[in-house]
Design a protein around this ligand. Sequence first.
Ligand code: ZN
Length: 363
Amino acid sequence: MKINFDKIVGQQHVKQLLQQILEGGRLAHAYLFSGSEGTGKLATAARFAQAILCENAEETPCGACKSCLQFTSGNHPNYMLVYPHPKAAKDVEKQSVVQMIKEKPYQVKLPWNAPQISIDSIRELRRNLGLKTFGHQRRVIILLDAHKMTREATNAVLKVLEEPPPDTYFLLISSDQENLLPTIISRCQLVQFNNLTDEDILQSLLAGGRGTESELRLVARMARGSMRRALQLVETGAGEMKEVGVELLRTAFKRYSEIAAYGAEIAGKYERPQLKEILESLILWLRDAFLLENVLQAQAEANLTNPDDQEKMQKFVSNFPQFQYRSAIKEVETGIRMLEKYVQPAVVLIVMMGKLRKYAIKP
Ligand SMILES: [Zn+2]
């Protein structure tokens, strides 16, 4: 029996582990898929769930058996999804979540503000578990964002995990294990997801035809191990973020009135998370320019994140031979922290540009 992990990015050790578990027929009643956001916990859990339920003995999930057809149409009687949602959640919103989990498992974003998994959801689950199973005997329950269970819900789940019904398997998913009760964790087998490597992300984006290699290399670097961030960057346009970042640097050498005007314009145009991406891409650009400066001196090849910008960088490097790259990068990092602390974005950008200007001149 071989599990088909097509389109699941990286995480070789997890794939191997799940393969061994299914092959050996040693399924535990509960697994905790733990790791940072965007590392593929949900995508892998959904695939594993389908594989557990699939009737094909060779390659699983086969996508063609009755169980697989029910699974992909979203009507598998023995597959249950529990996720945080408010009491007043509309059916159409719930359907959109189920659809997202199926189609974009790396990019699931719940349409509610700070939702929790309530005791009602767990009561409903327990009612369903009390029912007879249909056809295929195994049952799989995915508990998304398990750390968002209320205290009552946690206790109810604990009761189920203490005496799990036969042939019933729980896949708990959490990007915040610290906020799960130790008693829950101790009932689960831990499956730890690592941050993805740049190369894993790059290969997946290339295979999906999401852009040219040099564009996607930048995206992979900026994604910092998260496929969710990478896909977001592809959608919002990492190239645009970078252009704005470089323009912030260029404007830093103009008059103060221009610095203030551009800072205010950009702060008004982009949301805080995008502004952070803009500054992050500026850091990568500055690192490249720094690398290039050293390489030009050594007459060697540079392995740049932004190879397309080499000419622009060379110009920058020769225009500002005294530029203090390390201090400048620290300054941009400070800007990112200020954005996280909810300092006014326009102030952050204008102050940052004012400081960048200073690093072009020897103290
Ligand atoms: Zn199947």
